[in-house]
Design a binder for this molecule. Structure first.
Ligand code: ATR
Length: 283
C-alpha cells in the first residue's frame, strides 16, 4: 500500500474493534484497484462518539463503517439517512457526500446478496423464521419483507421484544409478520431459518438458539454469527440434511456494498473473500 499526502481515510467506529476483519477485507479491495485510500479501525470510547464523528468530518474522511455498540445512536450525529437506514433504525456505513455525512445500512441488502449467491434463493413469496429481535434482526427482517417475503415469523428469548419487532415491521407496510412463542410453531411452514441472535458466538460456541431436534431437511439455515465460521447451529443443521450459510457471507457482501457506496465502482469480491480467509487463518 502506497500512502502519500493524497491518501484519504475511511474509518471503522466501534467498541471494541480489535477483532474486526473489515480492515483486511477493505484494504484488499482498495489495493485491488490501487485506490488512494486507507481503511483503519478506531476503538471509540462510548462517551466520545460525537467527537469521533466530528473527527471524520473535520479530517475529510471518505466515510466509515459503524459497528457495535454505535449502529443506532450514531444517527443523531449525521447529516442525513438513506431510506433503508431510517427503515431499520441503524447505520453501518457513512459516506461523506461533499461534506455531508450520510448514513446507510448495507446489512439487509448484503444478507439478500449472500442468500442469492450461496443458496440461489429469492425472497419473493417465501416464508421465513427469524431468531432474535435486536438490531441485526430488525435490519434483516426489514430487508426480507421489502424484498417480498410472504410471511415472517419472529422468535426471541424475550417474547415482548419479538412482539415489538413484529408490530414495528408490520406497521411499515402490509406485511405479514408474526411473533411466535416457540420456534416449532413456524418450522413446518418456512423455507429459511435465520439466526440473528448472538447465540453460538465465540467463546460460548456450544450454545444453540433452538432445540436442534426441530431442524428439518427442507430448511435453508443461515447464521449471522461468523466467529466461529461453523457454529453449532450450522453443524446440527448439516447433520439434519439442511443446506447452510455462515455469517462470513454477510460480512463479505455488506462490506462489498459499503465499498461500492464509497468508491462508486464494483467491489472486487474475490480479493475481499481471499483477504477474509487469510485473516481468519492467521487468527
Ligand atoms: P444486535 O444489535 O447484534 O442484534 P442485540 O440488540 O443485543 O444485538 O440483540 C441480541 C439478540 O440476541 C437478542 O435477540 C437477544 O435476545 P433477548 O432479546 O432475549 O436479549 C439474543 N440473545 C442474546 N443472548 C442470548 C441467549 N443466551 N439466548 C437467547 N437469545 C439471546
Amino acid at each position: 500500500m502506497n500512502i502519500t499526502a493524497e491518501t484519504q481515510a475511511i474509518g471503522l467506529l466501534g467498541h471494541p474493534v480489535a477483532h474486526s476483519l473489515s480492515p483486511q477485507m477493505q484494504n484488499a479491495a482498495i489495493a485491488a484497484y490501487g485506490l488512494p485510500y486507507v481503511y483503519l479501525a478506531f476503538d471509540v470510547q462510548p462517551h466520545l462518539l460525537a467527537q469521533g464523528v466530528m473527527g471524520l468530518r473535520g479530517l475529510g474522511f471518505r466515510g466509515a463503517n459503524v459497528t457495535v455498540p454505535f449502529k443506532v445512536e450514531i444517527a443523531e450525529f449525521l447529516d442525513g439517512l438513506s431510506e433503508e437506514a431510517s427503515l431499520c433504525g441503524a447505520v453501518n456505513t457513512i459516506v461523506n457526500e461533499n461534506g455531508r455525512l450520510i448514513g446507510y445500512n448495507t446489512d439487509g441488502e448484503g444478507f439478500l446478496k449472500a442468500l442469492e449467491s450461496v443458496f440461489d434463493w429469492q425472497p419473493r413469496g417465501q416464508h421465513v423464521l427469524l431468531l432474535g429481535a435486536g438490531g441485526a434482526a430488525r435490519a434483516i427482517g426489514a430487508a426480507l419483507l421489502q424484498a417480498g417475503v410472504e410471511e415472517l415469523f419472529i422468535y426471541n428469548r424475550t417474547p415482548e421484544r419479538a412482539i415489538g419487532l413484529a408490530s414495528l415491521l408490520g406497521r411499515m407496510g402490509h406485511w405479514r409478520t408474526r411473533a411466535v412463542e416457540r420456534p416449532g410453531e413456524a418450522i413446518p411452514y418456512v423455507q429459511l431459518l435465520v439466526n440473528a441472535t448472538s447465540v453460538g458466538m465465540d467463546p460460548k460456541t456450544d450454545a444453540i438458539p433452538l432445540n436442534p431436534e426441530l431442524l428439518e431437511n427442507h430448511l435453508l439455515v443461515a447464521d449471522l454469527v461468523y466467529q466461529p465460521q461453523q457454529t453449532r447451529l450450522l453443524r446440527e443443521a448439516q447433520r439434519h440434511g439442511c443446506r447452510t450459510m455462515g455469517g462470513l457471507h454477510l460480512l463479505l457482501h455488506q462490506g462489498a456494498l459499503s465499498f461500492e457506496r464509497w468508491m462508486h465502482r464494483p467491489a472486487p469480491l474475490e480479493e475481499m473473500k481471499r483477504a477474509l480467509h487469510t485473516a481468519i487463518s492467521n487468527g
